[in-house]
Structure formats: C-alpha cells, structure tokens
Design a protein around this ligand. Structure first.
Ligand code: IPM
Ligand code: MN
Length: 351
C-alpha cells in the first residue's frame, strides 16, 4: 500500500492536483496497485486565515508518508519568500531532498519556441542540487538602509553535498543510457570557490564512471546551447541557483509550464513531485489551466515508488493527448477545460 501525502497548495494547485489524483485512481485500477492519500491544507490560504505557515504537527505527520505530491505554493497577498521558504524550501531542506530532477522533453504535437527543433532534439534531463548553494539563505546586511549598505549572500557548497549530487547524476546518466553523456554546468571562469569545488569533485567522481562521457559548459553558454543546439545535451548537473534558472529555460523549450514537471528527491528518504509552474493565481478556479504538468509529475512519482508500468502508461497517454487533442498547452487555449484534459488522459490510459 503506497502512502501519498498530497499538498494541493495555492492558486491553480488544487485544480491540477485534482486531475492528477483522477489519473492516479484510474491507473491504479488498471495496473492493480493500492494506495492511500491524505490531503494537507498548506499554503497562502491557510497562512492568511490562521497565520500558520507550516504547523509542526503537520510536518511530523507528513514525515510518515512514503512520498509527497505537491500542487503549487505562492500567493499574491503574501510577501514573497514567506511561503516559499516556510513550506517548499523547508520540505526540501529538512527532508534532505538533495536532488531536483527536471526532465526537459518535447512531446509530439507540442509547440516549442525553438525554430526547426522537434522532439528528437529536445530530450535531456537537468539534475539540480537542491539543498545548498545560494539557497541556504546565509549572509548579512552591513549598514542596512544607508548609501554605504553592503548585502552579502553566501553560496555554501560542501564536498559531501556536491559529491552526492554529482554521483547521483553519473548513476542517472548511466541508467538513462541515452548518449551516456553528463555535462557539468558551472562558472569556473569567475566563481573561484564554488565552481572550483564543483569542477574538482566532478573530475574525481568521473574516474569511477569510465563509460560516461563528460563535458563542461559555463552556465551562460549552457543557456545559449539549450536554445541553439539542445540536442547536444543528455544529462546536465548543476548547482541550486543555476539549476533554478536553466530549468525555467528548459520548461519553455519543452512547451512551457503547462507540461514541465519535476521531482525533489531524497534517494534514501521521502521525495516530492510537483508541476514546476507555480500557482498562476489569475487562472485559479477557472478550470482553464493545463493539468498535464501535474499529471507528468504524478508519472514521475509513480516511477519513483516502483510503479514503472503505471508511469509508462501515463506518459504514453499524455503523448496521445498532446499529439492528437490539444490545440495548445497554454491556459485557456487548449480547446478543453482542465477537467476534460484529465479525462482525456484517463481515456488514453488503456490504449
Ligand atoms: C522552483 C521555484 C522555487 C525555487 C521557488 C518557488 C522558491 O522557482 O522550484 O524552481 O526557486 O527553487
Ligand atoms: Mn524556479
């Protein structure tokens, strides 16, 4: 029996999670596995009503689950940072989900803004370190509020933190078995501490994976290559901040936030899967947002908990929907409502 904690969250989160759960119910019956879900009310709504961001007892309860399915966190009436740090980053950091896994895959029928590029060109995976770097929130203000102010933001990178991420990336590249090529994305020409460590650890770990081809690209060049020649990438490994930035670029070249999904993974603990698009408050409650990203996140979740067959069925059904049905992935322009897209995926599951 799989135990899944569900955090629908803010904005359009609940609508897309609802469709994901619809697909989960259907696929579980077809494949024949059992699961339990529990919905947790966290996000801007709860914070505005009660002042609580993440009550300790809820955090303790969530820790007892096998995996977490998240909709979106972020509310227009809440100051930026409170919910992000108090919920999303807390879950990543305190449950040590040190990998952020973001496949960048253009499905057939999906439009990419890249001219003359198709599904055969856009199919790579970004592995983003998820617990260190600039995200640790360390630093200081000196002379705050004066013209002499200095703001210091620390990027903390530990050998062990970098090593476990790079090792995961080598293992992943080997298992993915596409081109078996792993590209380190950093900024060794400027970041004389952080990128220096990443470079050295990458070289060290690479020795244990002679079957994996290694490559290096500065982060600025990575952005350029992702647009110009995305087919040159197989797997990219990078730090938290660079990974955050390049995966938004990745999301747009794979057709946008309507389809982009990601996993926050603790290989030894509790992982969490989410559509990476955010809460899109202006579309909330209108039944127009695209639920495919949330459905793809569910597919990743199922693969992670050992339900590979269900995961493959979901991906195939999503491809049927993108290639045969949807006019566009954009909210309000799909030619279907949010719930109809969920129904379409369910209908294609058994084909
Ligand atoms: C993401 C998001 C988060 C991040 C925000 C919401 C804190 O942009 O998952 O990429 O920066 O990691
Ligand atoms: Mn981001």
């Amino acid at each position: 029996m799989h135990k899944i904690a569900v955090i629908p969250g803010d904005g359009t989160g609940p609508e897309v999670v609802r469709e994901g759960l619809k697909v989960l119910e259907a696929v579980s019956k077809t494949v024949g596995f059992q699961y339990q879900t529990k919905i947790f009310d966290l996000g801007g709504g709860r914070f505005l009503k009660t002042g609580e961001v993440f009550p300790a007892e809820i955090f303790e309860e969530i820790k007892k689950f096998e995996v977490i399915y998240l909709g979106a966190i972020g509310h227009p009436q809440v100051k930026p940072g409170i919910l992000e740090r108090g919920i999303l980053l807390k879950l990543r950091f305190e449950l040590d989900k040190y990998i952020n896994l973001r496949p960048v895959k253009l499905y057939p029928g999906v439009e990419t803004p890249l001219k003359n590029k198709g599904p055969q060109d856009i199919d790579f995976v970004v592995i983003r370190e998820n617990t260190e770097g600039l995200y640790v929130g360390e630093g200081e203000f000196i002379n705050k509020g004066t013209k002499d102010e200095v703001a210091i933001q620390i990027s903390r990178n530990t050998y062990k933190g970098v090593e476990r991420c790079i090792r995961y990336a080598f293992e992943y590249t080997r298992k993915r078995n596409k081109e078996k090529k792993l590209t380190l994305c950093a900024k060794t020409n400027v970041l004389n501490y952080a990128s220096d460590l990443w470079w050295r650890v990458f070289q060290d770990v690479a020795k244990e994976y002679p079957d994996v081809v290694t490559d290096y690209a500065h982060v600025d060049a990575t952005c350029m290559w992702m647009v110009k020649n995305p087919e040159t990438f197989d797997v990219i490994v990078t730090d938290n901040m660079f990974g955050d930035i390049i995966t938004d670029l990745g999301a747009i070249i794979q057709g946008g936030l309507g389809i982009a999904a990601g996993g926050n993974i603790n290989p030894q603990g509790i992982s969490m899967f989410e559509p990476i698009g955010g809460s899109a408050p202006k579309y909330a409650g209108k039944n127009v947002i695209n639920p495919l990203a949330a459905i793809c996140a569910l597919g990743m979740l199922l693969e992670h908990i050992g339900e590979e067959k269900a995961s493959r069925m979901i991906e195939k059904a999503v491809i049927e929907v993108t290639s045969k049905k949807l006019k566009s992935l954009a909210a309000g322009k799909m030619g279907y409502t949010t719930s109809e897209v969920g129904d379409l995926v369910v209908n294609y599951l058994n084909i």
